[in-house]
Design a binder for this molecule. Structure first.
Ligand code: FE
Length: 393
């Protein structure tokens, strides 16, 4: 059964965190990351607003980037002790994603992490608490999505959790928070948003409900990301909205193999993490070329190109020019073109590529990719990405 789910309320604009004053409840726990929300005064503001609303407030701080299963369990324990009826997650994708998983274990302490990995298999939430998300980065759109990414460091795997139960009740897209992003983060998260919109638009689950959101998001990212990267305040605001639109699209249309590859390569190499958005930005043009061998995908990519004002006489030309536009955007954002250029060791890559390819095929995002792919093709594709070779298979 097709379904389209969004938060009940989306507050947007400068200073809209004030919406917290209107929340009705007894106890709120705020889940945050490493300190930037505190440093910029947004954490204090949130506490103040929630107290003004008459609530008792508790904090769960220091959620790390790419949150671990262990952090999720500690957070759930803190919630079990405090018994909040509101969970307020603020900051980048990491604290919000972690809080979503904590929420599940708070409501169902007996659940195993393994049970949640199966897509759309969550128990029914909101028996104990509702969820507010306040994003400070302009990319993951986790404030409006049914997803959360949790890392198992022992296995070196990122698990995407998916269920409409974890779509937040309220999203507060306060543009003031996005102004604090450092430059590189702006680039990576912005390209993550572009990838969400492109993958949602060509996904096998695309629909008339998600298409307009995806197309508008793509147009806005192309228009505004370079200026946002260079510190333009108005462009930053628009990017905060664009990524949210992209999120609404992909939460309902799902994604494709750019994300499968990013999930399975992100924590796989000893040289360090590949930031999620950076991985997507590198893989996107290669995947478009692979997928465009499918005639339906080719037409949909061509439609994206035309919508974004890109010229070309044939669909193939339009899609090539779309890839060139993405390449040029990556150059302007200082994002490398290959995994080799990113700094992944060649021997380690060769050693691991076959296993990574198998894992990527099994990723939850592979099922909705517009062109079917097997592990052998995936290995070839990743090898093209490593060396910057042309994709023509
Ligand atoms: Fe993403």
């Amino acid at each position: 059964m097709a379904r389209f789910t969004l938060p009940r309320d989306i507050y947007y604009g400068k200073g809209t965190m004030e919406a917290l004053k209107t929340i009705k409840g007894q106890r709120a726990i705020i889940v945050v990351g490493g300190g930037s929300m505190k440093r910029f005064g947004f954490l204090d503001k949130a506490v103040r607003y929630l107290r003004e609303a008459g609530m008792e407030v508790s904090l769960f701080e220091n959620v790390e980037p790419d949150p671990s299963v262990e952090t999720v369990m500690r957070g759930a324990k803190a919630m079990l002790d405090f018994q909040p009826d509101w969970i307020v997650a603020m900051g980048g994708g990491s604290p919000i994603d972690a809080a979503k998983a904590m929420w599940a274990f708070y409501e169902y302490p007996e659940t195993k992490f393994e049970d949640l990995i199966t897509p759309f298999n969550f128990p029914e939430l909101r028996k104990k608490a509702k969820f507010i998300a306040i994003p400070s980065t302009s990319g993951t759109a986790t404030e409006v999505t049914a997803f959360s990414v949790i890392t198992d460091y022992e296995k070196g795997i990122k698990y995407p959790l998916a269920d409409f139960n974890i779509t937040p009740d309220i999203a507060i897209v306060d543009t003031e928070l996005a102004q604090t992003m450092p430059k590189t983060l702006t680039a990576h998260t912005g390209m993550d948003a572009l990838t969400h919109a492109v993958e949602a638009y060509v996904s096998t689950l695309n629909s008339p409900f998600t298409d307009p959101l995806a197309l508008k998001a793509i147009e806005m990212v192309f228009d505004r990301l370079p200026a946002s990267y260079n510190g333009d305040t108005a462009a930053r605001e628009q990017m905060h909205y664009a990524q949210c639109l992209a999120g609404m699209a992909f939460s309902n249309a799902l994604l494709g193999i750019v994300h499968s590859m990013a999930h399975k390569t992100g924590a796989a190499f000893s040289t360090g993490h590949i930031p999620h958005g950076c991985a997507n930005a590198i893989y996107l043009p290669y995947v478009i070329k692979f997928n465009a061998k499918d005639p339906t995908a080719l037409s949909r990519y061509a439609y994206i190109a035309r919508f974004a004002g890109i010229e070309g006489g044939t669909e193939e030309e339009l899609v090539n020019n779309l890839c060139e536009k993405i390449d040029a955007m990556n150059v302007s954002l200082n994002i490398p073109k290959t995994l080799k250029e990113f700094g992944i060791n060649e021997n380690e890559f060769k050693q691991k590529v076959s296993k990574i390819s198998e894992l990527a095929i099994g990723d939850a995002c592979t099922g909705s990719n517009p062109r079917a792919i097997n592990a052998q093709q995936m290995e070839k594709l990743l090898t093209c990405v490593y060396y910057g070779e042309k994709v023509d298979f």
